[in-house]
Design a binder for this molecule. Structure first.
Ligand SMILES: Cc1cc2nc3c(=O)[nH]c(=O)nc-3n(C[C@H](O)[C@H](O)[C@H](O)COP(=O)(O)OP(=O)(O)OC[C@H]3O[C@@H](n4cnc5c(N)ncnc54)[C@H](O)[C@@H]3O)c2cc1C
Length: 503
């Protein structure tokens, strides 16, 4: 054990998009506060936030069919879609603020406009899509969405998907130009560079192994320098556990009662990636389909235009799978060591209830490349195996807890868990994920710093103009805020092929 000890106002564990966002918000609100970040990897954004580990969709329900649910009476419930859309508006507004205040130089380094589309086949799904379109079109958040079941129109929108398609069943799609592709890895790195330039102490290759509450209410962290193996102790008044899949173990180590009884279930992912320019040039959209029967919502197949390292690519997937690791660079013992006396019965109940999901995930892992190509050919009939490579994506740890729906319920959203005194908060879960980082981190701030609410609100409104405003009841304000954020982020003019890069 080294004698190294530090005391800071804030410690952020993990250098992913969540810590990057919380650190950036706090630096704006309290520039004089000292912030220390501990990250076990050698750089920021190497886990789920990395551009190769997630799909880069700015989730705003413009294309994701699982956010709109058909009710028994045939109507469409759009409440989740509205919530996710509003949360993404917060992110865009904060990023626009960072651009306008000169903290982010060029928004094209992390965000580009890419139309968002939903695509379905078969009469039942076409009818669902039409009803979804009609329900969303009545809402100001979804203005500009188009629907078509005309193959000629679809050929215009998605030529790669329509070429050589057997038109033996009805097909339809919706399309909206205001969708985005976000390089969350690049954004994470930009935000950490920015924090570093404003005196945050960012310690890479430092793993937090343990944490305990001190007599004065602060937290002492046991941190290991993974290069030298030496252990250090660092204390802070406030700790954010932003360890992604690593958060559950740290929350358990904190011992706070709010973290008891919670478990995690890891779901791994794979993408198929095409880098051939002549194929990439034939597709310009993020096109989401419907999840297969029995598949978890995070395995909805989609074919996406992506921009990574100033290059356009196509991603297809994600294919879900099972691995006991909680992080991509995690341990095979992660799942088993997360089972504690306090969550044992919850985990057992979840295990019994979700046998079919586990079976599905194990089957997914066993798929051959050719079987994955068959799934891709539902989207790209002409796809050839040699043009597509398999890439391992990030790990998602879904929350398991006892809810009104029963013991050991598997949840697919994100959840902030915080101590009653606000001295520590953790983020668990993975969906809708990075897109909602600003809204979720504002929730952390509300919960953990209620004493600063009055003083901070004007600054929060300056950074996120829609904060606390009902946009649905104020369509004019909504329009102005949206237009101004789009202008600052370079999203106002829709881009075509070749215009996504180098602006
Ligand atoms: C396949 C897939 C597709 C996705 N697609 C999308 C999408 O299209 N759009 C979207 O918005 N979201 C998407 N997501 C979700 C999104 O990627 C995550 O919600 C988001 O990146 C989580 O950010 P984070 O900061 O919480 O975690 P991470 O980015 O995982 O960062 C956590 C960091 O903590 C570090 N860490 C962990 N434990 C410790 C420790 N003990 N000590 C020190 N450091 C530690 C890790 O090394 C890591 O760097 C997707 C996720 C996956 C896996």
């Amino acid at each position: 054990m080294s004698n190294r000890q530090t005391k800071t106002d804030v410690i952020l564990i993990g250098a992913g998009i969540m810590s990057a966002t919380l650190g950036s918000l706090l630096k704006e609100l309290m520039p004089e506060w000292s912030i220390t970040v501990f990250e076990r990897r050698a750089s920021a954004g190497e886990e789920s936030s990395n551009e190769w580990n997630n799909a880069g969709t700015g989730h705003s329900s413009l294309c994701e069919l699982n956010y709109t649910v058909e009710q028994p009476d045939g109507s469409i419930d759009i409440s989740k879609a509205v919530k996710v859309n509003e949360e993404y508006q917060f992110s865009k507004q904060f990023w626009a603020y960072l651009v306008n205040s000169g903290r982010i130089r060029n928004p094209r380094d992390f965000i580009v406009p890419v139309p968002h589309m939903s695509f379905v086949q078969g009469q039942q799904d076409v009818t669902f899509l039409k009803k979804r379109f009609e329900a969303l079109s009545r809402n100001p958040l979804f203005q500009g969405m188009e629907f078509s079941d005309n193959p000629a129109k679809l050929m215009e929108w998605i030529p790669l998907m329509m070429k050589n398609r057997a038109l033996n069943q009805p097909i339809a799609a919706t399309r909206i130009e205001s969708g985005t592709d976000v390089n969350f890895g690049a954004l994470t790195r930009i935000l950490f560079d920015q924090l570093k330039s404003r005196n945050a102490d960012i310690k890479f290759n430092h793993q937090v192994d343990d944490m305990k509450r001190m007599g004065d209410g602060s937290w002492e962290l046991k941190v290991r320098d993974v290069s030298s193996g030496t252990a250090e102790r660092h204390t802070a008044r406030f700790v954010f556990i932003g360890g992604g899949g690593g958060s559950l173990h740290l929350l358990q180590k904190s011992g706070i009662p709010e973290g008891k009884g919670i478990g995690g279930f890891p779901v791994s992912g794979l993408f198929m990636v095409c880098e051939r320019p002549e194929i990439v040039a034939q597709h310009h959209a993020k096109v989401y389909g419907k999840a297969a029967l029995g598949a978890p919502p995070m395995s909805v197949p989609h074919l996406d235009t992506r921009v990574i390292d100033k290059k356009e690519l196509l991603f297809f997937g994600p294919f879900a799978g099972f691995s006991p690791k909680f992080l991509k660079f995690g341990s095979m013992f992660d799942l088993i060591t997360s089972v504690k006396p306090s969550n044992l019965t919850t985990m057992l109940a979840a295990g019994a209830k979700n046998m079919s999901l586990t079976k599905y995930l194990v089957q997914q892992v066993m798929l051959s490349k050719e079987q994955r190509m068959e799934a891709l050919r539902e989207f790209v009939p002409n796809a050839e195996s040699g043009d597509w490579d398999l890439v391992v994506a990030g790990q998602r740890v879904q929350i398991i807890k006892d809810t009104a729906a029963g013991k050991g319920t598997l949840q697919f959203g994100t959840e902030v868990i915080s101590a009653a005194d606000g001295s520590v908060a953790a983020l668990l879960g993975a969906s809708p994920g990075a897109s909602t980082a600003v809204s979720v981190m504002l929730e952390v701030i509300e919960r953990c710093f209620p004493q600063h609410k009055m003083a901070w609100e004007p600054k929060i409104r300056e950074m996120v103009p829609a904060y606390g405003v009902s946009l649905l009841n104020n369509p004019d304000i909504l329009h102005d805020i949206q237009a101004s954020a789009a202008q600052s982020l370079g999203l106002a003019d829709t881009a075509k092929h070749g215009e996504l890069i180098n602006k």
